[in-house]
Design a protein around this ligand. Structure first.
Ligand SMILES: Cc1cc2nc3c(=O)[nH]c(=O)nc-3n(C[C@H](O)[C@H](O)[C@H](O)COP(=O)(O)OP(=O)(O)OC[C@H]3O[C@@H](n4cnc5c(N)ncnc54)[C@H](O)[C@@H]3O)c2cc1C
Length: 393
């Protein structure tokens, strides 16, 4: 398997880099330069700029606004955007419900929802997890009952709904048959967040951002036309969507950028007058992380080469998810160590520590989540044990 890029692919990389330099507005560029936090409006502004270029949904079919890029070029585009520190777009429309509507939705649903996702006119959030249904998602209890007038009535609660406070729509898994085996009685609905009875209550994270909500449904009336796929057939959709979520989770570009920042901080921080980057023990730690990251990058390239040959990503996406999240966390741990006592600045006032360091503590905190979301790493190990090692469950 040849894992090197062709001259055309390298030219595409250069084209992407040049375009990002040109297209990124000054305010976004300033935040990206220090790996700062992007507000929702800034993320959506970048979404619309990418949409204008035709690169916002490169994995969608061309007829629905996809970018006509092969797997390798899509990877290059993603990596370059991460390397440039561009705002990470909300995945819920583009990566999750969009592909799902494409695969399982009706033509009317495709026409109604896809163009608005693409244009950034409607923002989505994901209503899967509940207070007692996370890893064991099939235990979910949000109920959806027919009202006899062609609607379903939803009652219950979702939790961990990322940025539900900004969303126009939520896709939910709801129980439509309480008597069936738990995986068999679930259906997939699209719910307008403005429907009476939907309430999103944000909670503050340790990183200082209101990133999640508890989302409540009280007698929420949803038209039957918003059911995607067959009634009681939602589990198939749920699984399809989670597999998709994991493929994008290795975050090689983001970790490469963090390693760059580690080196920058290590060059500016001195131990007895010597920059840490020249102290052998620190150099060895940085080199080790660089090697780990290269191994991940090569594993990612292998998965891409395999996809180019027409193989669907299988359980190997679980390996990428585990290693990607571990490396991301280790990278921030190293950055925190290199920062020494500066790392204790939690929500720092601007100017109290060097600008290059300011984003590290909140991101170190947020990175703890990477081994939980998208299916926890322990669950991924169960997948590998069963699907790759052939061990009994
Ligand atoms: C940053 C972030 C964003 C999120 N965004 C969303 C969102 O937008 N929408 C949404 O629906 N959900 C979201 N989630 C929720 C996420 O999907 C769940 O947190 C995840 O599925 C784990 O569920 P849980 O938190 O209930 O933990 P639990 O399932 O209760 O697990 C607790 C611990 O037990 C371990 N464990 C559980 N079962 C097993 C097993 N069978 N074998 C081995 N170990 C096991 C887990 O690995 C974990 O360490 C988000 C979570 C985070 C952290």
């Amino acid at each position: 398997m040849d894992l090197s890029f062709t001259p055309e692919q390298i030219a595409f990389r250069d084209e992407v880099r040049a375009w990002i330099r040109e297209a990124m507005p000054p305010r976004i560029r300033e935040i990206a330069a220090v790996d700062g936090h992007f507000e929702h409006d800034e993320i959506m502004e970048w979404h619309r700029i990418l949409a204008g270029k035709g690169w916002v949904a490169p994995h969608w079919p061309a007829e629905w606004g996809g970018a006509k890029l092969d797997v390798t070029r899509r990877f290059i585009l993603t990596e370059e955007l991460e390397l440039a520190g561009a705002p990470a777009l909300s995945p819920f429309g583009l990566m999750m419900v969009g592909p799902l509507i494409l695969q399982f939705g009706s033509d009317a649903q495709r026409k109604r929802f896809l163009p608005k996702i693409l244009a950034g006119e409607e923002v989505w959030c994901q209503g899967y997890s509940e207070p007692n249904a996370g890893s064991d998602l099939a235990s979910l209890k949000l109920s959806a009952e027919p009202d006899g007038n062609g609607n379903y009535v939803l009652n219950g609660q979702k939790t961990w709904t990322t940025y539900a406070q900004y969303a126009d729509w939520i896709f939910v898994l709801a129980r439509t048959d309480k008597s069936a085996k738990k995986q068999s009685g679930i259906s997939f609905f699209l719910v307008d967040m403005k429907t009476p009875g939907v309430t999103a209550r944000p909670t503050l994270t340790i990183a200082g951002t209101p990133a999640f909500c508890d989302t409540f449904f009280e007698n929420v009336v949803v038209p039957a036309e918003n059911l995607v796929g067959p009634l009681h057939g939602g589990w198939t959709l749920a699984k399809a969507l989670l597999g998709h979520e994991r493929t994008y989770i290795a975050a090689v570009g983001l970790s490469t950028r963090t390693l760059r920042r580690v080196k920058q901080i290590a060059a500016a921080t001195k131990e007895r007058g010597v920059p840490l980057v020249d102290v052998p023990a620190w150099r060895a730690r940085i080199a080790r992380m660089e090697i780990e990251l290269w191994a991940l990058r090569m594993a990612n390239y292998r998965a891409i080469a395999s996809a180019e040959l027409g193989h669907a990503p299988g359980a190997e996406s679980s390996i990428l998810k585990i290693r990607g999240s571990e490396i991301m966390q280790q990278m921030y741990e190293l950055a925190m160590d290199v920062m020494g006592h500066d790392a204790l600045s939690w929500h720092n006032t601007p100017g109290t520590i060097p600008e290059a360091e300011a984003s590290v503590p909140p991101q170190f905190n947020y990175a703890r989540a990477a081994s939980i979301y998208g299916g926890s790493n322990e669950i991924q190990k169960n997948v590998i044990a069963k699907a790759i090692l052939g061990l009994p469950s």
